[in-house]
Design a protein around this ligand. Structure first.
Ligand code: SAH
Ligand code: SF4
Ligand code: F3S
Length: 445
């Protein structure tokens, strides 16, 4: 049965920054087709841009589909499931949720308009595309549109590391770097569209490598140095990095590239060598700590962030205490921590020796208490300083703006300054999750 082609769309993203980047690009693609953005309650087409990293994230999509079918403000929309659940589960999704019209994987979403047309033309079955054509999606996407001061730019996709708990190598495929020219063009387009800060993204962004315009092989540090020279750029960030791909060149860039912000998200996952080995992390506790020392030698004020998993199969109390002692040794500005979630198809899922749920809960609480304490201490360390804040959006109250410090802290400033302005502020106070910024007295000229 034919149905009216959708005129409006809504993209809901559930996952990491790369998933958010994909969500933005899908929106741009649908706008280029003449569709307009609308709310999730009324849009004719809803794209659920999913994440498969933990069970809870993956299951969210099914409760969302149920809610969309029953929504009251408008008839049920055309439903597209995109992202990493789409890649992992494919045709299983419409079998379990027949209301789904489209399934499109993270490497095939440039074909979303064609899939929407196929779904509009009707047919009993959902339109499915989970191909992994190497990078062709980037060439098929429309130019970047106007946007806020902070922009994401995916430069590298996929992962060859195969940590034993992780689905990413299966949902995103092998490590691939986008070419130099494509990345530089997109960076220029983002700056022209209003970006002042660019965050270079990749599952292992520091594994990025390509030949520059003169044919020289470059790593992420070379790319950062080239973006630093683009007129209009104020700040560069990158994430997520793998400890094994942290080159001396990249460490050196933190010492002498002024626009490269003093922030490093470098997940370690656990502090016990036995668990790191079972995770197939290919770095040790000691090599990680030495790496952090080298980074701090180059940039003493760098904010270190990380990811942690508690309750990996076989993790003993002694193993877990090594995670706590590693955290104490590093001193984090912020971090994310998760309970281990067995994922279908990964080696860890069949390892046996699970950690009981109550023990995982208790370990997560202890770890998070320590990390929260460290984050608060890091924030308090900025009190009394004068820092730069890039204003990103309006605050809760009139006359209030929210921005970011160089160390990625949220700063609340009482000001009428425009979004995208870089302000110099004094920090009189800091809480666990944000800083208070006050426009400083102007220095006498
Ligand atoms: N490429 C990045 C991030 C991958 S996913 C890296 O290697 O660090 C983001 C985080 O999710 C991981 O760092 C890990 O801490 C967590 N994670 C991944 N798989 C998980 C699982 N099965 N259970 C719990 N947490 C997981
Ligand atoms: Fe997953 Fe490990 Fe690859 Fe990170 S490095 S994406 S945790 S397999
Ligand atoms: Fe999730 Fe896929 Fe990102 S599984 S974390 S959306 S790469």
């Amino acid at each position: 049965m034919d149905r009216a082609p959708p005129k409006s769309f809504h993209v809901k993203s559930f996952g990491c920054q790369m998933n958010a980047y994909d969500g933005t690009r899908m929106g741009e693609l649908l706008e280029a087709e003449g569709m307009v953005e609308a709310g999730v309650d009324t849009a004719d087409l809803v794209v659920l841009n999913t994440c498969h990293i933990r069970e809870r994230a993956a299951e969210k999509v099914y409760s969302d589909i149920g809610r969309l079918i029953r929504r009251e403000a408008a008839p049920a929309p055309m439903i597209a499931v995109a992202g990493c659940v789409a890649q992992a589960e494919g045709a299983e999704i419409p079998r379990r949720a027949p209301a789904v019209d489209i399934v499109v994987g993270p490497q095939a979403y440039h074909r979303l308009p064609a899939l929407v047309r196929a779904a509009s033309a009707g047919g009993a079955r959902a339109a499915i595309d989970t191909d992994m054509p190497a990078l062709s999606k980037f060439d098929a996407l429309p130019p970047r549109r106007r946007q806020g001061p902070g922009a994401f730019l995916t430069v590298q996709e996929g992962c060859d590391k195969f940590c034993t708990y992780c689905v990413v190598p299966y949902t995103r495929g092998a490590e691939v770097s986008r070419p130099w020219g494509a990345v530089m063009d997109e960076a220029r387009a983002l700056i022209d569209a209003g970006a002042r800060e660019i965050t270079l993204l990749g599952q292992n962004v520091n594994a990025w490598t390509a030949q520059d315009a003169s044919g020289r092989k470059q790593g992420l540090d070379g790319l950062i140095r080239a973006i630093d020279r683009l007129p209009g750029i104020a700040r560069i960030r990158y994430m997520t990095s793998h400890p094994n791909d942290m080159t001396q060149g990249l460490i050196d860039a933190h010492a002498d590239v002024e626009t490269l912000m003093p922030f490093l998200h470098l997940p370690v996952q656990a502090g016990s060598d036995r668990i790191l080995k079972a995770m197939n992390r290919s770095h040790s506790r000691d090599s990680y700590l030495r790496l952090i020392e080298r980074v701090r030698a180059a940039r003493p004020d760098i904010a270190v962030s990380g990811d942690f998993i508690v309750g990996f199969p076989g993790e003993t109390e002694a193993d877990f205490e090594e995670t706590l002692s590693l955290v104490r040794a590093v001193g984090h500005a912020q971090a994310f921590s998760f309970k281990y979630s067995p994922r279908p198809g990964t080696p860890a899922a069949t390892m046996g020796d699970p950690v009981p749920a109550a023990v995982m809960d208790e370990r997560l609480q202890r770890l998070q208490a320590l990390l929260n304490e460290q984050q608060h201490a890091f924030n308090l360390g900025t009190v009394g300083r004068r820092i730069d804040v890039l204003i990103e959006r309006n605050g809760k109250r009139a006359g209030q703006r929210l921005g970011k410090s160089p160390w990625l802290q949220s700063v609340i400033v009482e000001t009428e300054a425009a979004i995208g302005e870089m302000l110099t502020v004094d920090i009189p106070a800091a809480g666990p999750n944000s800083l208070t910024g006050v426009i400083g007295r102007q220095e006498a000229a």
